[in-house]
Design a protein around this ligand. Structure first.
Ligand code: AMP
Length: 114
């Protein structure tokens, strides 16, 4: 999608502090971190949100979550843990319409969300 900021990060046309990339997914630090550790994982493919994953995307979520888990440990969250979040559409608080997984850690996070 031409005007999607995460597609632009995936294409390398706007910068991001990348943690990982391969042919299918990308991880980078959130521009407005809400915790000492806060990074995002996205598919390269433009999928607007988790509800719009199709049968052709089989395995993609597992790939995103496995890499999220690995990177969370690398970023120092192995002991204290972390939160793995997928916001979806308006009620879920999604602001960028390209599927992404947030990983937040490095401090104790409150629950439930407001
Ligand atoms: P969400 O509200 O779940 O859609 O989260 C979108 C996240 O993307 C927010 O935490 C933003 O801070 C983050 N974000 C937006 N633009 C950028 C960017 N250019 N680079 C890194 N993170 C971004």
């Amino acid at each position: 999608m031409n005007d999607c900021i995460f597609c632009k990060i995936a294409a390398g046309t706007i910068p991001a502090r990348k943690l990982f990339e391969d042919e299918a997914i990308l991880a980078f630090h959130d521009a407005t971190p809400q915790a000492p550790v806060h990074f995002l994982l996205i598919p390269r493919k433009h999928i607007p949100n988790i509800l719009e994953l199709g049968p052709e995307d089989e395995g993609l979520l597992e790939r995103l979550l496995n890499k999220a888990r690995e990177l969370a440990v690398e970023q120092g969250c192995g002991e204290g843990g972390a939160r793995f979040v997928i916001n979806c559409k308006a009620d879920g608080g999604q602001s960028v319409d390209h599927l992404h997984v947030h990983v937040l850690g490095g401090r104790a996070l409150g629950w439930p969300p407001g």
